[in-house]
Design a protein around this ligand. Structure first.
Ligand code: CTP
Length: 409
C-alpha cells in the first residue's frame, strides 16, 4: 500500500487539538504512517487531557512534541513548518480554528501553522452549537479564503449523547483528501489549455414573481467540478443557479431557469473542450408566468406545465469532434440502468450516476458515491467528498480523452 500512495515519503505534521475526537487521530496517524508518510505528531496541552503522548510517540515516525520549549532543537516551530509537505490538524477545535484565523501563535502547533507555506488541512470537530456559531462560521470562511482545506464535521452522535453535526470525519476521508492534494499537484497541467464549462445547482422555474418550482440540488458537486478543473489548469466557466465567488481561473455566470441555463450554455458550448452538466435542470416549467403575485382569494390556481429544453441532449446532438460531454443521472431507483439509457439517448460520453436516496450521497451533503458509466463500461467510485469525486472523475475523463485521441496532447 505504502508504495502506491501519493503520501509515500511525504512529511506530515499531525496536529492534535483538545477535543474528545482526539482519540480518533490515533487511527488517522496509523493510516498516514501505513501509506509511507513520515508523520510528526504535535499535541496541544489540552489534547493531553484526552489522549496520551506515548501512544502518538509509539505510532508516529518520531516522538510526539507537546511544547515549544522542549528538546535540544532551538527553533523547532519554524523547522517543523518549513520541512512539512502538509499539516493536518485533527481535531481542529473552535479554539484552534480561531487562533489560526487570527494568526495567534502561542504554542508549538499554532506556531507551526503560522510558520509554514505547506498546505494545511483542518479536520473540524465540535458541538453543533459551536460549529454553527457566527464566529466559527466566519473563521472557517477566512481560512478557506486563504486556501486552507477544511474538512467539515459529519452528523452523528456527539459527546454527551447529543445528535447533530460536529463529529470528526472518518480517517479514510481525511486520508483521501490529503492524498488528493498530492495527486492534484501532479495533475496541475492535466487540463491546461482546455476550456471547461460546468453547470451547477437546481434551476428555479417561476410561477409568479414570488414562487417557483425548484429542486433540492445544492450545487456542491458542480462547484467542486469547477474548482478541481481550475486546479488542473483549465479555463473554467461555471453556469450556476447558486451564488459562487469568482476565482482567477473560474468565471461565474449566474442563471435561474432552465431556459437561462440553456442560453448561457449554448453561447459557450462550441468553444468548450469539456462540458460537465452537473446541474439539476427542471424537466417542466409553468406554461404561464403570472406577472403579479397569484392571490389566495381567487382559489387554487391551475398550473399547466410544459417541458423545458433538454440542455444535455442538445449538447449531445450538436457535439463536435474533440469535445467531451459529461452528464449526470440523479436517481432514486437503479442508477446504472438509467445512466446507460441517458448516455445513449443524450449522446453523452460519460454519465455520472448516483442514488440520491442514500443518506451520504446526492443532494446537500458533502459526500457522494457515484458510478461513472461510459461506452460499454463503468467504474464505481467509493464514497468520498465531492471534491475528491470531481478530481477522480476529471482525471479519468481527461486520460480517456487523450487515449481515445479526442484531445491531442
Ligand atoms: N438535463 C438537462 N436539461 C434538462 C434536464 C436534464 O441538461 N432539461 C441534464 C442534467 O443536467 C443531467 C442529465 O440531463 O446531466 C440527466 O438529468 P436527470 O434529471 O437525471 O434526467 P432527465 O433527463 O430529467 O430524465 P428522467 O426524467 O427520465 O430522469
Amino acid at each position: 500500500m505504502s508504495n502506491s500512495s501519493p503520501l509515500n515519503g511525504k512529511r506530515i505534521v499531525l496536529g492534535v487539538g483538545g477535543g474528545i475526537a482526539a482519540y480518533k487521530s490515533v487511527e488517522l496517524l496509523r493510516q498516514l504512517v501505513d501509506r509511507g508518510a513520515f508523520v510528526s505528531p504535535v499535541l496541544t496541552q489540552s489534547s493531553l487531557r484526552f489522549v496520551g503522548e506515548t501512544t502518538f510517540s509509539a505510532l508516529g515516525s518520531e516522538r510526539a512534541r507537546t511544547s515549544l520549549w522542549e528538546g535540544d532543537d532551538p527553533i523547532p516551530h519554524t523547522l517543523l513548518g518549513q520541512r512539512a509537505d502538509v499539516i493536518v490538524v485533527s481535531p481542529a477545535t473552535a479554539d484552534l480554528i480561531a487562533k489560526y484565523a487570527a494568526g495567534i501563535a502561542d504554542d508549538l502547533l499554532t506556531t507551526t501553522l503560522v510558520a509554514t507555506n505547506a498546505p494545511v488541512v483542518m479536520v473540524a470537530a465540535m458541538h453543533t452549537e459551536m460549529w454553527q456559531h457566527p464566529s466559527v462560521v466566519e473563521n472557517i470562511a477566512t481560512l478557506r479564503r486563504r486556501g486552507v482545506i477544511v474538512i467539515e464535521p459529519e452528523s452523528g452522535r456527539l459527546a454527551g449523547g447529543d445528535i447533530g453535526v460536529g463529529r470528526l470525519a472518518t480517517a479514510e476521508r481525511v486520508v483521501t483528501t490529503v492524498e488528493g492534494l498530492f495527486s492534484r499537484a501532479d495533475k496541475r497541467e492535466l487540463l491546461s489549455g482546455k476550456r471547461v464549462l460546468v453547470t451547477a445547482g437546481g434551476t428555479r422555474e417561476a410561477i409568479d414573481p414570488v414562487r417557483y418550482i425548484g429542486n433540492r440540488s445544492s450545487g456542491k458537486q458542480g462547484i467542486a467540478f469547477a474548482e478541481v478543473a481550475a486546479d488542473f489548469g483549465a479555463e473554467v466557466t461555471l453556469v450556476s443557479t447558486v451564488p459562487v465567488t469568482e476565482g482567477l481561473a473560474i468565471k461565474v455566470i449566474e442563471v435561474e431557469s432552465a431556459q437561462e441555463m440553456f442560453d448561457a450554455v449554448f453561447a459557450l458550448a462550441d468553444e468548450s473542450d469539456l462540458v460537465v452538466m452537473a446541474a439539476a435542470v427542471a424537466d417542466f416549467r409553468s406554461k404561464l408566468i403570472s406577472p403579479t403575485k397569484i392571490k389566495k382569494k381567487n382559489g387554487a390556481p391551475q398550473i399547466v406545465l410544459e417541458p423545458t429544453p433538454d440542455i444535455l441532449a442538445g449538447l449531445g446532438s450538436a457535439k463536435r469532434k474533440n469535445q467531451v460531454i459529461v452528464g449526470f443521472a440523479a436517481e432514486t431507483g437503479d442508477p446504472e440502468t438509467e445512466a446507460r439509457r441517458k448516455l445513449r439517448d443524450k449522446n453523452a460520453d460519460f454519465v455520472v450516476a448516483n442514488n440520491v436516496l442514500e443518506p451520504d450521497a446526492g443532494f446537500a451533503v458533502d459526500t457522494n458515491r457515484v458510478t461513472l458509466v461510459y461506452g460499454d463500461s463503468m467504474v464505481s467510485l467509493a464514497l468520498s467528498d465531492k471534491r475528491d469525486i470531481a478530481s477522480r472523475i476529471l482525471s479519468f475523463v481527461a486520460e480517456w480523452a487523450f487515449k481515445q485521441s479526442v484531445w491531442s496532447e
